[in-house]
Design a protein around this ligand. Structure first.
Ligand code: ADP
Ligand code: MG
Length: 718
């Protein structure tokens, strides 16, 4: 399904406004007026073409000189699009009539649906059912409407018509959308299409992404979303679309946390924010953190191509801003390009002696346009420079206008992106207009230019990265199901260490040899069999964190100690948790050395299974130094999860630390990814710690816990 599927929303030949009003203050009047005026002479927009417009109002003979119809059914000609502005209780009937009239597309602007309480929720459900049953595509309800600049369509009550451009915008919030249009006109930014989809009863983010995927008028897709109904579908479609054009999103509002009892480390660390971050990352979405950033990025992508790499030259006529830009560069993961000796020689030819010829290149405060642009020219030709951030502050002899003209020319001629920050108000106004008109984005502060450039660099890398192939490991699914069935049979959903390790073994994990001792004598005997020193741990489905009650002892040396430890642990457990179901004490092989990491999983209501990685131990919840991905994923993402945590250096083996077996961690992450994808009834899982040895030595899951759903689910077909 491409743009054709939603074509009547953007290029209708005829539009009915149901609920057109005679009163200028009313939305039903304003929408009609918008449609009649169309582009209304907005810069670069097509004039309102010969679109037929039919007001529908049973009580008025005509509005704005157009004949009114009592219902859509009374209109003699075919109608492509209906804009519905009647009060909420009348919407369903109107939509039915649209169906009878054969109208396949409707924008429901009316409010009074899911946003307004239980009655509205029911009304919205009926609208959804009705629209689906009769095959009408619906945008809304509770929205601002649609604008398509190239066809001069304004089917909205936005007060101004935006300029024509190549950014397509979708917004869940109508109010935000009006603010954005207003602002865009002021800053000379143009849109191809604009959809406020409100409650999104039918047409939503995924449909619009599909519609704009191959839209020749759109080169950048920008979205403001508050929630997503179908995470996996969203990820699949965005992944596909963002290979064709940048998709920039701001996600606001947190989804309800839900009163779910969380019993694992992972569960307490994995919120919806983590899920969105992971999902966006895995599907190529460029994430903005504010509406300001959304458009900072959008303009950069709309005007300039992404850089070939992260090497940036900063050009400035003042020291301070140059340093600010340099700091921002580092924070954003970009690098100052090293300037080629030939370029330095060239710069020496055109700059005064006191200038800085190395990055950041400072042409000094007394630079005129000619000096500034000769330097810009030299820098843009430098083979190591992949992008230029051009800063200008107004000083005594600065020539903002001429500098902008020259820089714009150079930027147009070069295939390297140039982002500007000409700082100042009135003194820079004209210069900034020249830059923008020539598609050189300008930012009020250097940091914002740098952030935008960094977003472009990441996008380029994403485009070039080979697909992450998801491997299929050979596993024993039936063994896992048997463990789950046994626990459910005992009325339990929490699997303790021994059961969880059994599950992990079925997915290729190494676990320490262990045996459950029910008596002190058995403990001693098993210790001999495994080989002292051993580890002893209390075993009870009711005890989640064994160390908390003194239920773990590492380094039990001999048979006598094993017996004593058994007695002591049972005694303590009975004292601290008198009602716990005590099964005994496990005697376990002691795994020496290595680093302790945590691998966990929890289930996100939007995106499904999330997998977490971090350095293990008791501080994990305090330090929150963890990374997440939506499962299933492949080895590339697994490796990135490891690289992403702040303390990753401890695993590479720097500063006297011994290196760890990264490949083994990757394998374990992939195994967990597959385990939780194969078994949707796993609610939470913690492997804490996974002990990781030196390269080649592998990893051992010395502790694990799993929580499952009460009832088994049908396994997803993989
Ligand atoms: P808890 O339920 O308290 O998390 P664990 O089984 O994780 O219990 O044990 C606590 C700590 O003891 C682990 O973090 C690890 O440092 C150490 N430990 C546990 N089992 C072993 C083992 N088999 N070999 C070596 N150390 C272990
Ligand atoms: Mg543990």
């Amino acid at each position: 399904m491409g743009i054709a599927a939603l074509q009547h929303f953007f290029t209708p030949s005829s539009v009915a406004v149901v609920g057109a009003s005679t009163k200028p203050g009313k939305v039903g009047y304003r929408v009609l007026e918008s449609l009649v005026r169309g582009a209304g002479g907005a810069a670069g927009s097509a004039p309102s073409c010969n679109r037929r417009i039919y007001p529908v109002n049973p009580h008025a003979p005509e509005i704005l000189g157009l004949r009114c119809y009592p219902t859509v059914l009374a209109i003699e000609e075919p109608v492509d699009l209906a804009v519905v502005v009647v009060p909420a209780p009348a919407v369903l009937e109107v939509v039915k009539q649209c169906g009878d009239k054969g109208i396949d597309s409707a924008i429901v602007i009316s409010a009074g649906f899911k946003e307004s309480g239980p009655e509205g929720v029911e009304r919205e459900r009926q609208l959804a059912d009705q629209a689906r049953a009769q095959g009408t595509r619906v945008v809304g309800p509770n929205c601002l409407g649609i604008i398509a600049t190239s066809s001069g369509l304004n089917a909205s009550f936005a007060p101004v018509f935006p300029n024509r451009g190549n950014i397509a915008l979708m917004s869940q919030s109508g109010a935000l959308a009006t603010a954005v249009i207003d602002w865009s006109v002021q800053h000379n930014i143009g849109f191809s299409k604009f959809v406020s989809f409100g409650n999104g009863v039918d047409v939503g983010v995924v449909d619009l992404l599909r519609a704009w995927e191959d839209d020749p008028e759109t080169s950048v897709i920008v979205a403001y979303v508050e929630g997503l109904p179908n995470g996996p579908e969203f990820m699949e479609v965005t992944r596909q679309v963002s290979y064709k054009k940048p998709v920039i999103m701001v996600k606001s509002g947190s989804t309800q946390a839900g009163a779910r009892a969380v019993s694992s480390h992972t569960g307490s660390l994995a919120g919806s924010e983590q899920a969105y971050t992971a999902a966006f990352l895995q599907s190529g979405v460029i994430r903005a953190h504010s509406v300001e950033e959304l458009f900072d990025f959008a303009v950069a992508f709309a005007y300039q191509g992404p850089p070939k790499g992260r090497q940036v030259a900063v050009l400035t006529n003042a020291g301070g801003p140059g340093i600010m830009a340099t700091d921002a560069l580092e924070r954003a993961g970009l690098r100052l390009a090293s300037i080629d000796p030939a370029t330095v020689a060239q710069l020496r030819g055109c700059l005064p002696e006191a200038s800085n010829f190395y990055n950041p290149i400072d042409v000094l405060g007394d630079a005129d346009a000619e000096r500034y642009n000769s330097a810009a020219d030299a820098v843009l030709r430098d083979p190591d420079v992949q992008a230029v951030v051009a800063l200008l502050t107004p000083q005594a002899v600065t020539e903002p206008k001429q500098t902008a003209e020259g820089l714009a020319q150079l930027a147009t001629a070069s295939d390297k992106p140039v982002l500007a920050s000409f700082m100042g108000g009135e003194a820079m106004r004209e210069a900034i207009e020249i830059l923008t008109a020539n598609r050189v984005p300008n930012y009020p502060y250097p940091e914002r230019a740098v952030e935008a450039l960094a977003a472009m660099a990441s996008y380029r890398e994403w485009l070039e990265e080979p697909q992450d192939e998801i491997p299929r490991l050979s596993t024993d699914i039936a063994a896992v199901e048997a463990v789950f069935a046994r626990a459910r049979g005992e009325g339990r959903v929490n699997l303790g260490e021994m059961e969880a390790q059994e599950v992990l073994r079925a997915y290729g994990f190494n676990t320490p040899a262990s045996k459950l001792a029910r008596t002190a004598e058995e403990a001693a005997q098993f210790g001999e069999a495994i080989g002292f020193p051993v580890v002893m741990k209390i075993v009870s489905p009711d005890i989640l964190h064994k160390s908390d009650i003194g239920g773990v002892r590492v380094g039990v040396q001999d048979a006598q100690q094993a017996q004593d430890t058994f007695e002591l642990m049972m005694l303590r457990a009975r004292r601290f948790m008198p009602n716990a179901d005590l099964r005994g004490v496990s005697v376990q092989e002691l795994v020496r050395g290595g680093k302790e990491v945590i691998i966990g999983s929890s289930r996100d209501p939007q995106f499904g299974p999330l997998v977490m990685f971090g350095l293990g131990g008791i501080y994990v919840e305090v330090l929150k130094d963890v990374s997440f991905r939506v499962a299933p994923f492949g080895p590339r993402q697994a490796r990135k999860m490891i690289e992403e945590i702040r303390s990753a250096a401890l695993l590479w083996g720097t500063r006297g630390e011994r290196p760890s077996d990264i490949d083994a961690i990757v394998t374990c992450l992939l195994a967990v990814s597959q385990l939780v994808s194969d078994h949707p009834d796993i609610v939470e899982l913690d492997i804490n710690p996974l002990k990781v040895g030196e390269p080649g030595a592998g990893a051992v899951a010395v502790d694990a816990r799993i929580t499952i759903q009460e009832a088994a689910e049908v396994r997803s077909a993989v």
